[in-house]
Design a protein around this ligand. Structure first.
Ligand SMILES: *[C@@H]1O[C@H](CO)[C@@H](O)[C@H](O)[C@H]1NC(C)=O
Ligand SMILES: *[C@@H]1O[C@H](CO)[C@@H](O)[C@H](O)[C@H]1NC(C)=O
Ligand SMILES: *[C@@H]1O[C@H](CO)[C@@H](O)[C@H](O)[C@H]1NC(C)=O
Ligand SMILES: *[C@@H]1O[C@H](CO)[C@@H](O)[C@H](O)[C@H]1NC(C)=O
Length: 181
């Protein structure tokens, strides 16, 4: 005989609803807000042995550039605590960018912050969305996380801190605000 899963009495239904509400409130109460600020060490000179952002695909017959629709880049930037590249390391920014605006202005960002520092070693944050790549401040959503950032949600701003045009070496400040458990 199949077990009776459907509560027969009104009290059972009320009990189930009360329990569900309690769990929901307990979780809401446990939400933490974390703000982080760190720097990306970004070398985009194509062909340089030091490049950390490299175009890997694009539209045949077109130049593969940041402003050309359809250009896909793969990246692995060092992340440091301070603008100085020799300051303590926070981790890596790893993932992809694809120029997704026909006018070349917007890039779609799909990257993860992979922490290796003491505080968040092994945890990650997932950053996803459009970046208006030529705006002074680019805001992109943080859609999830792992480890200490499970269920993370929030946003990140990217702002160019300094740029050396001949070597295409940019230092980018990254401010993260996330809520997580
Ligand atoms: C690559 O990095 C090394 C070490 O920082 C530096 O000496 C060299 O000049 C860089 N090369 C280029 C092409 O930027
Ligand atoms: C990234 O950081 C490591 C040290 O953790 C360093 O050896 C390496 O040269 C850095 N890479 C770049 C491209 O700056
Ligand atoms: C981070 O974790 C790895 C793997 O568990 C370990 O080898 C490394 O020493 C840790 N780094 C820090 C800064 O704790
Ligand atoms: C990022 O954080 C730094 C340090 O807290 C602050 O000075 C800067 O204005 C912030 N940038 C943005 C775009 O909020």
């Amino acid at each position: 005989m199949a077990p009776k899963l459907v509560p027969k009495r009104l009290t059972d239904i009320v009990l189930v609803l009360v329990l569900a509400t309690t769990v929901y409130l307990a979780e809401a109460g446990g939400l933490k807000k974390t703000k982080l600020s760190f720097y990306l060490q970004d070398f985009s000179a194509f062909g340089s042995p030091n490049a950390t952002v490299i175009p890997v695909a694009g539209i045949a017959g077109k130049a593969w550039t940041f402003t050309q629709f359809g250009t896909l880049y793969v990246t692995d930037d060092n992340i440091t605590e301070k603008p100085d590249p020799s300051s303590p390391k926070v981790g890596h920014l790893q993932g992809m960018y694809i120029t997704a605006g026909l006018d070349g202005l917007n890039t779609h960002v799909m990257v993860s912050v992979v922490f290796t520092n003491q505080a968040y070693n092994g945890s990650t944050l997932q950053i996803l969305g459009i970046s208006k790549q030529f705006d002074p401040v680019r805001e992109v959503s943080v859609v999830s996380g792992t480890g200490k950032f499970r269920f993370a949600r929030g946003y990140v701003t990217f702002e160019t801190y300094s740029v050396d045009v001949p070597t295409q070496y940019a230092i980018i400040r990254c401010n993260v605000t996330v809520q997580h458990y």
